[in-house]
Design a protein around this ligand. Structure first.
Ligand code: ZN
Length: 153
């Protein structure tokens, strides 16, 4: 990231270094602002290179969230099957778990349909509407269906 100041409206912002462009479009007034090109290996660029190197590490969050959701989903299937509709505490536990998974899956699915960029930023995984559908629609639908069939009043 390198800082720039729009000479047209005075907007102060940061450019995305990944574009390798020597101009940046002002987000406020759409004026094309020329960037000051730093000499190579300046401290600023070293820092941004370090950030770029750390980027793959931060995708761990999205993978952990997805892995956790699917692991819990699969791990409690036997419990839901065995204790489903028995009215025992384990039946209620399975109901609660699948209700939560269905709700979380539904929330993330609808977020992905509405604004995939939000999901990408939050989970730090590159989501599109299609990948959000594959990842979260099964959790949403199956989680709520299993919760429905597990529950016994
Ligand atoms: Zn501007």
């Amino acid at each position: 990231m390198s800082a720039f100041t729009c000479s047209n409206c005075g907007f102060k912002g940061q450019s995305d270094d990944s574009t390798f462009s020597d101009t940046v479009l002002c987000p406020q007034c759409s004026y094309l602002v020329p960037l000051n090109t730093d000499p190579p290996l300046s401290p600023k660029q070293t820092a941004s290179a370090k950030n770029a190197a750390e980027t793959p590490k931060s995708t761990v969050r999205g993978i952990v969230v997805l892995a956790l959701l699917y692991t819990v989903f699969l791990a409690f299937l036997p419990l839901a099957y065995i204790y489903g509709q028995t009215g025992t505490p384990l039946c209620l536990l399975a109901f609660a778990i699948y209700l939560v998974i269905g709700t979380v899956g539904g929330f993330l699915f609808l977020t992905g349909m509405n604004d995939p960029a939000y999901l990408t930023n939050w989970l730090r995984l590159p989501f599109k509407r299609s990948t959000a559908t594959y990842a979260f629609l099964p959790l949403f639908v199956l989680g709520l269906l299993i919760a429905y069939f597990t529950y016994s009043p």
